[in-house]
Ligand binder design. Structure first.
Ligand SMILES: [Zn+2]
Length: 319
């Protein structure tokens, strides 16, 4: 039963009862979907109705079944970064349609629709912020924008963020939530895999920390490039992480896969990621990791912009 049906039934029952007691009362209009959805949210896992405001306070984790709901790119950043410290960069890098691609509808129309439905200009938000007063370069993917797919703009913004991190000597955090490369941009989207990977090599050579957070879902070209290249790979509980989808693999190898295949816990058990962290613990874990790896750095602030000037390279990154 959908939210609207739930409230409709409840109002009808209430009105029927009131009509017996007070026959003259009129049935109130049913609240719109939009109003209901702002007040209540249905858990995607256990179907319990939750007050949206309460759910937000719990970082969008269901209090009944601990399901971690999907977040927008900005919600992620707000949860991790100290209040008021985030400065977005490269917000003016916008997508084009280099191949004039069209499938069921033109790619240009898809871009317009994605912008309207997600209120984002592309599938990633990048910038500089601080976690417990420690400056970091941070990028968060927006799944609602064409499935968080990696096109030229996503690759470019990640690469620019990495270059910024190298220039300012900042640790890098990338939060992935993506279906993979954006096929509407053909080879140009696939090239972003090599581009972001080589930029990360520069970051590594500069002795800087890169933490990759894998969230539900991380697949395809994103998994096959920057998402799995972190010095430390962190995932949220039950997040699905893989390259090809479960059904494709089953059809190819003609075998049934384990029930928990491609989940964060399965990958941890098989040594493919470093830790599975509950959303409520994420900020503290990131803060501790950054502090551990940048304890020898010296911090400077200039014109309200967080700048790190380093004389000593982080000890652990050197090893
Ligand atoms: Zn639930």
């Amino acid at each position: 039963m959908g939210l609207k049906d739930f409230f409709k039934n409840r109002q009808l029952k209430k009105a029927a009862k009131q009509q017996i007691e007070m026959p003259s009362i009129e049935l109130k209009s049913i609240p719109s979907d939009e109003t209901l959805c702002t007040l209540w949210t249905k858990c995607q896992s256990c179907n319990q109705l939750l007050y949206t405001s309460e759910l937000k306070k719990e970082l969008s984790v269901c209090k009944h079944c601990d399901h971690h709901s999907r977040l927008t790119a900005m919600e992620r950043i707000e949860q991790l970064v100290d209040y008021g410290t985030f400065i977005e960069i490269d917000y003016d890098v916008l997508p084009t349609d280099p191949l004039t691609f069209s499938d069921l509808k033109p790619y240009k129309d898809r871009l317009q629709h994605a912008e309207k439905s997600s209120s984002a200009k592309e599938a990633i938000v990048t910038g500089i912020g601080s976690i417990d007063n420690q400056p970091v370069a941070i990028g968060s993917m927006e799944f609602q924008y064409i499935g968080g797919s990696m096109g030229s703009v996503v690759g470019e913004k990640i690469t620019r963020l990495i270059e910024k991190a190298i220039k300012k000597r900042l640790p890098l955090i990338l939060i992935s939530s993506s279906g993979g490369a954006r096929m509407h941009e053909g080879i140009l989207s696939l090239m972003q895999m090599a581009k972001t990977s080589s930029a990360l090599k520069e970051l590594h050579d500069a002795g800087l920390l890169y933490i990759s957070l894998l969230t539900e879902p991380t697949f395809g070209g994103v998994t096959a490039s920057f998402a799995m290249l972190g010095d430390i790979l962190v995932a949220e509980p039950k997040a699905r992480i893989g390259f090809a989808g479960r059904r494709v693999i089953e059809e190819t190898i003609r075998q049934k896969l384990p029930k928990d295949f491609q989940t964060a816990e399965y990958l941890l058990l098989n040594g493919q990621i470093d830790m599975v962290v509950h959303r409520k613990e994420l900020k503290k874990v990131f803060s501790d990791l950054v502090r551990l790896h940048t304890q020898n750095d010296k911090k400077f602030f200039f014109n309200d912009e967080l700048v790190l000037n380093v004389k000593d390279t982080p000890l652990l990154a050197k090893v």
